[in-house]
Design a protein around this ligand. Sequence first.
Ligand code: SF4
Length: 366
Amino acid sequence: MSSKAGHGFHFSRAILLWFHAHKRSLPWRKTRDPYKIWVSEIMLQQTTVGAVIPYYEKWLKRFPDVRSLSRAPLQKILKAWQGLGYYQRARNLHRAAKILVQEKGGKFPDRYEELRVLPGFGAYTTAAVLSIAFDRPYPVIDANVRRLLMRIYGIRGEADAERDKILLNRLIPHFPKQNAGTFNQALMELGALICKPRNPICLLCPVQTSCLAFERGEQEVIPRPKRRTYHKIEAVVAIIRKDGKVLLQKRPPTGLLAGLWEFPGGKKKPGESLKAALAREIREELGVALGKARYLMRVRHSYTQFDVTLHAFEGTLQGEPKLKKNSHRWVGLRSLQSYPFPSGSAKIVKALQSPAASRSKPLDRS
Ligand code: SF4
């Protein structure tokens, strides 16, 4: 490796100067409250800054501190999280808040060992909270920092966590003893705004002269893009009505989209028609035959690893469904608002509540 990127870490000063001049004004940058920083860090995992801001602000109104979060029912928390995806993050926030209240009197510990054992506190989150809220000298490596450092050091290959050890070893000796949180945020911001995944803006980069990828013209090929396997799923659901209410069922407490509510139905098998799939799912889930089924609408939603097309039918049942007390519920259209749904089902709810729902023509809510 060329000695270029090994020049002390004199560019840490350049990064800090750049950060002070160009950082975005983000709500979580106006606080040192570990609770608020924790919430923002969890929300920002897998989600863009623009999408997080309204969620963050609403969340803090609903759950202003760790005590209010610990007291809230899980359903309310999942509802507040609806649309952010990766619901395990919300469940972990809740579990960790309860532990913090029960075992630490609602106070955030500032020691790595104490935080790292809490639900959802991986190495990244622990370091982020400790450095930003308590100015403890823990470096953080998120996707933006990983890409930035791989380019600066000219490390080829895919950007995966396996490389973090190498990156940390290079970063740690040059890590500032004070203002660790600011330095971490500066690295993240530089990765997000300048050293972007595609078309990095090297001309405006404060560390261009220290960057091996730039010197070699490899900034577009470091890191190597990941090969993604992307699945397409087709699913069918039935809107079953009784006395002005619709039937909802709750997903199992573990696994994908755990604990969220949805309409009865499920995945279509290869070669199966939509109606046949719906009849099978209804028989399996409600123990009763499907009666009439009228096509109502189609919605599409892209999750990180799959793309789902949901076909919704207005359905009737031939007999009484076998309902489970804790996982089925008849709910009025207006009360649907208080139930947490996966994003695809939430689009159906929105359509059902709109005046267009009464149209006879099928709707496309893709
Ligand atoms: Fe990234 Fe370009 Fe800056 Fe290198 S010079 S760190 S590739 S923006």
